[in-house]
Design a protein around this ligand. Structure first.
Ligand code: NAP
Length: 295
């Protein structure tokens, strides 16, 4: 743990609630490893206090902060600059102080694609992505799949109106040029085509560990060489990933995305090329109660 002194610089995460955020654990482990005079704190901020809190952050010299639910969209009008990627997906998860102004970006995209790029070096240009869910995380996943160059990106949701809103929210953004929306009944045709199947719904998240967004009958048609990616990181593996692995598919859980979006944010705040990603991952794994044998 960093020794807090009169010169300690401040980073943190804003959210409501924020008590269960794993970000302080992950970032403070990295800052301690780097021996930097920084501390990263959780800031529970109610929606009506967002503007005054951000003004206060500027006044006390906060260097940067993470943004979680419910502030990822609401923070946007309070920022002087927003990166085009964060603008396109309509959400900011990382804010930094630059030339006395707040600049927002979104590192969830980088977090999502990191394990796909580093572990499975592929040409994705002939590949099909099927994304379950059309909420906030699905937006970063769509942008990530576009960045990787997927030929087709299918988003599957349970509510036609929310799906239509999702599609329209992209406007003419090039990020959505290969995007198609479908209701859940289309899965029977989509799953056999999927090279990447991503769960962005909360179905199967602790404590509902026996649930999966797909039935066994639906999952049975997943190609054996597909990649199944669940954004959920508790439990590991989820029911969804267990079903996919039974089909022979490669499984990726949400922990790496969490680690990598945090690492990307820390690089921005510290303005350095590398941060101790292993230490961040280890801090989370340790906290989540995984044994070394499972690493
Ligand atoms: P969200 O904005 O609430 O979106 C959830 C989506 O799941 C919505 O499209 C919702 O459908 C759908 N959904 C919920 N229950 C469903 C059900 N029973 N059947 C079918 N669809 C259902 O949440 P989010 O922020 O995108 O987060 C989604 C998940 O991703 C959470 O588990 C979160 O922890 C995880 N996540 C992980 C990371 C990471 O770093 N690993 C990052 C972000 C999020 P409707 O639109 O119809 O309501």
């Amino acid at each position: 743990m960093t020794k807090v002194t009169g010169t300690t610089k401040l980073l943190g995460v804003i959210g409501h609630p924020v008590e269960h955020s794993l970000s302080p654990l992950m970032h403070n482990a990295a800052l301690a490893q780097l021996g930097l005079d920084y501390v990263y704190l959780p800031f529970p901020i109610e929606p009506e206090n967002l503007a005054v809190a951000i003004a206060g952050f500027a006044a006390i010299g906060v260097m940067g902060f993470s943004v979680t639910i419910p502030h990822k969209q609401a923070i946007m009008p309070l920022l002087a600059e927003i990166t085009p990627l964060a603008q396109a997906i309509g959400a900011v998860n990382t804010v930094t102080r630059k030339d006395n102004q707040w600049v927002g970006t979104n590192t969830d995209i980088e977090g999502f694609i990191a394990p796909l790029q580093t572990t499975y070096q592929q040409d994705w240009s002939q590949k099909v992505a099927v994304i379950l869910g059309n909420g906030g995380a699905a937006r970063a996943v769509v942008a990530g799949c576009h960045q990787l160059g997927f030929a087709k990106i299918h988003v599957v949701g349970r509510n036609q109106q929310r799906l239509t809103d999702f599609r329209e929210s992209w406007g003419n953004s090039p990020l959505a040029e290969n995007l198609q929306i479908h209701t859940w009944d289309a899965l029977v045709n989509l799953i056999p085509q999927a090279n990447l199947l991503v769960n962005t719904t909360p179905i199967g998240m602790y404590p509902q560990v026996d649930e999966s967004p797909l039935s066994t009958a639906e999952m049975i048609n997943l190609p054996g060489d597909a990649i199944a990616y669940d954004l959920i990181y508790i439990p590991q593996p989820t029911q969804f990933l267990q079903q996919a692995e039974k089909q022979g598919a490669i499984a990726i859980d949400g922990l790496e995305m969490l680690v990598q979006q945090g690492a990307a944010a820390l690089k921005i705040w510290l303005q350095q090329e590398t941060v101790p990603v292993d230490v961040m991952r280890q801090a989370l794994r340790h906290h989540l109660g995984l044994t070394v044998a499972e690493l």
